[in-house]
Design a protein around this ligand. Structure first.
Ligand SMILES: NC(=O)c1ccc[n+]([C@@H]2O[C@H](COP(=O)([O-])OP(=O)(O)OC[C@H]3O[C@@H](n4cnc5c(N)ncnc54)[C@H](OP(=O)(O)O)[C@@H]3O)[C@@H](O)[C@H]2O)c1
Length: 256
């Protein structure tokens, strides 16, 4: 149970149609202190599982947001501002590693690198959370504790890169980390209530990891339920001094 969130806390889960984001919505709705969950996804009409959560649940609001489209982010921020004047938690979950619709797949070697795939990966994984910060900033600018968390990935660590490959995903997550750190410095001056972090969820059984799960050692593949429980524990324990950090699912620090 969350202990750092006051009654009637208002939260936003960005990228909530599937995987880890969907599970964040489920677990947050089970928390008595959460007064409202705004769950965003790019195609609400196709987010069937998310829609089932809304039945009989007045605290859940589903809002369209394509994180690769700044205008859509601005519209979603305006829609959210019509529901609440403040947010206590924003979790950016949207991410792509492979996407059949855009013929995006992680590169094994330099020859696989394509400009359009790099652009698609950077738009969602790197620019997305930063543009969400820009448009939702006014809802985080209050005096109560707030957390702005973006799901990153250990493979975005430059210091930890021993295997190579996956140029677009690694590069975009590294850029996302730099944006998170830069934003944390700005908000430590202008919005001292906001704790801004990058979080590595651990390898989790979702569509994103599915093609690569054969290489995961037994016991190292988390269910979405376990991942979100662990991440909520990390988020709950965050202190103002933690702003600007890159943390793993167990609260340990990851090198940039
Ligand atoms: N799973 C892992 O092992 C793992 C490990 C490390 C880090 N992560 C990170 O954790 C986050 C969540 O990953 P996951 O495993 O839950 O992935 P997932 O199951 O593949 O879900 C990805 C989510 O991102 C959304 N999305 C993609 N492009 C979008 C866009 N343009 N606008 C809005 N939403 C968009 C998808 O929405 P649609 O349904 O509309 O496609 C979906 O909800 C990602 O940032 C990922 O990089 C995951």
């Amino acid at each position: 149970m969350l202990s750092s969130f006051a009654d009637d806390s208002q939260v936003l889960v960005q990228g909530a149609s599937r995987g880890i984001g969907l599970e964040f919505v489920r677990q947050l709705l089970a928390e008595p202190s959460i007064g409202r969950v705004v769950a965003t996804c790019r195609e609400p009409e196709r987010a069937a599982e998310l829609a089932t959560f809304a039945a009989g649940e007045r605290r859940l609001h589903i809002v369209g947001l394509d994180v690769a489209d700044e205008e859509s982010i601005a519209h979603a921020a305006a829609a959210t501002a019509g529901l609440t004047d403040r947010l206590h938690l924003v979790v950016n979950c949207a991410g792509i590693l492979h996407d059949d619709r855009q013929s995006v797949a992680p590169e094994k070697r330099l020859a696989d690198v394509r400009a359009d795939a790099l652009a698609a990966g950077f738009a969602v994984n790197a620019f997305g959370p930063l543009l969400v910060a820009k448009h939702f900033e006014r809802l985080l600018a209050h005096r109560e504790r707030a957390v702005f968390a973006s799901l990153s990935a250990r493979v975005g660590s430059i210091g930890d890169n021993r295997l190579g490959g996956w140029y677009a995903y690694r590069g975009a997550k590294a850029a996302q980390n730099m944006f998170t750190r830069t934003l944390a410095i700005e908000w430590a001056r202008s919005h001292r209530n906001v704790i801004c972090v990058a979080l590595h969820p651990g390898t989790t059984d979702t569509d994103l990891s599915r093609p690569f799960q054969a290489n995961v050692p037994p016991g190292k593949l988390f269910s979405t339920g376990r991942t979100v429980r662990q991440l909520l524990e990390v988020i709950d324990r965050l202190l103002p001094a933690d702003t600007g950090r890159f943390l793993a699912w167990d609260g340990s620090e990851i090198p940039w």
